[in-house]
Design a binder for this molecule. Structure first.
Ligand SMILES: [Zn+2]
Ligand SMILES: [Zn+2]
Length: 95
């Protein structure tokens, strides 16, 4: 993985779960991991299409992988919207 991407991922992890931050108003954000917007694995996947999510909103009870993409996006907005907003707040340059 490229160094720049590693740095971006680190920034995202530090940013914390976007749902907790923007929807739940959590002050002390739980540890999060990176969710890839596209489910495809392997080549062809763009590195930058990721958002940080905590376990609860990722694979937990209200997780996108648990309740399904459609229901999740109805509650929290589309993954792409969240991704765009996160990029703005983190000042990621758009390639
Ligand atoms: Zn969360
Ligand atoms: Zn995921």
């Amino acid at each position: 993985m490229k160094k720049a991407n590693k740095l971006k991922m680190q920034k995202m992890v530090e940013f914390g779960c976007v749902v907790c931050r923007w929807y739940e108003g959590v002050d002390d954000l739980p540890p999060c991991n990176i969710h890839h917007i596209r489910d495809k694995t392997g080549l062809g996947m763009k590195d930058e299409e990721m958002i940080p999510l905590c376990h609860y909103h990722h694979q937990g009870r209200m997780g996108i992988h648990t309740i399904g993409k459609k229901m999740w996006e109805e509650r929290y907005g589309t993954q792409r919207e969240l991704h765009e907003r996160m990029k703005e707040e983190l000042n990621f340059d758009i390639d």
